[in-house]
Design a protein around this ligand. Structure first.
Ligand SMILES: [Zn+2]
Length: 355
């Protein structure tokens, strides 16, 4: 490596640190930030793009297959590693394609975070080159790692997700917007405005609902991925609502109809999925809590559901003592979302406030 090359790499590294210092400082894992930055430089893809994908796909957590909870809500195929690579019939084969690009075994991508990130970066670069060959205008030079303009990468992001059809655009728009720190501070003022509810129906529903409870879930993956999976008739899974980290709400099943989110509780329960991770609490933002609380309050009023812990319950409620005093629900549950990081005290405070 000649001196010019060394100098130019150093310059880019310094530039990355300076440009994204606020993000790096707020990062939950400086080693992860470093791995993302190095992969961005190596494969000439935007650091910010890798950062956003890691945040949205996994909450920055490189989960190994043994950590994947087979009881996950959506019965969805696993996503692999911090960058959410895929290997299934619905979301595609990004794991195998990226392993091939890197000349590595897919097990290496699954087990090793750094390799997972490098493979994802290589895959993004190959998708960008394909888009350019089709007339796209993505420049990939030494400065690309620094760029903040991800807009030209929209199509690449859609394809990276593997999400079929137009739902991939929901994914891309979230990645483009996910430029905030990993865990936004919990100090923002509660907005008085309820976000509009987007109606995006799923065929996965049945019968008439008798709402007595509201069940709180976490998606353990991206908002768009959950929405897409719920539209797959083969998934046999759904929820009434899915809430994005920034508070946006999609409704997929009518309030009066049974959605398929909590087995024997389904006939009595409205299900709300939250884009967050039960394993590390990532995504449990102020905006998410507030948006959910406003929605639950509205539903509770509509169906006369008391705002207490016997009626606003976690999908992991079967693990608690209260469960024993609510026999109507039946003991069919074995899920553990929203998990120990869900701040019930804060959530009930929001429910009680006049928000
Ligand atoms: Zn759940």
């Amino acid at each position: 490596m000649n001196l010019v090359k060394i100098f130019s790499m150093l310059w880019i590294l310094i530039g990355l640190v300076e440009t994204f210092a606020p993000i790096a400082n707020a990062g939950q894992d400086p080693v992860l930030e470093n791995e993302l930055a190095r992969a961005a430089m190596e494969f000439k893809v935007p650091y910010l793009l890798l950062h956003s994908i890691a945040r949205v796909e996994s909450g920055g957590e490189h989960r190994l297959p043994k950590d994947e909870d087979p009881r996950n809500d959506r019965k969805s195929p696993p996503s692999y590693g911090v960058m959410g690579l895929r290997n299934d019939a619905w979301f595609g084969k990004s794991l195998l394609k990226s392993a091939q690009l890197l000349g590595r075994n897919s097990d290496d991508l699954i087990m090793d975070r750094k390799t997972n990130i490098r493979a994802a970066a290589a895959y993004l670069r190959s998708l960008a080159m394909e888009e350019d060959a089709r007339g796209g205008s993505i420049s990939m030079d030494a400065q690309t790692a620094l760029t903040k303009n991800l807009l030209p990468w929209s199509k690449v992001i859609e394809r990276y997700s593997g999400i079929p059809g137009a739902d991939a655009k929901i994914y891309a728009s979230e990645i483009l917007a996910a430029m905030a720190p990993w865990n936004p501070p919990m100090v923002e003022a509660a907005s008085q405005q309820s976000p509009p509810i987007i109606w995006d129906p799923t065929p996965n529903h049945s019968g008439r609902l008798h709402p007595r409870f509201i069940v709180i879930h976490t998606t353990e993956g991206p908002y768009a991925t959950a929405i897409s999976w719920f539209k797959n008739p083969e998934s046999a899974a759904s929820a009434h609502y899915v809430i994005r980290g920034d508070g946006a709400i999609t409704q997929m099943v009518d309030d009066d109809t049974v959605a398929w989110h909590a087995r024997c509780w389904n006939d009595y329960a409205i299900g709300i999925e939250h884009e967050a991770y039960s394993t590390n609490g990532s995504g449990m933002t102020n905006a998410l809590y507030n948006s959910s609380a406003r929605l639950v309050k509205m539903l509770a009023e509509k169906y006369n559901i008391p705002l207490d812990k016997d009626h606003i319950i976690g999908h992991d409620f079967w693990e608690t003592k209260e469960f024993l005093s609510t026999p109507v629900l039946g003991d069919c549950q074995d899920h553990n979302d929203p998990g120990p990081y869900w701040d019930w005290r804060r959530y009930f405070n929001s429910l009680m406030e006049n928000i």
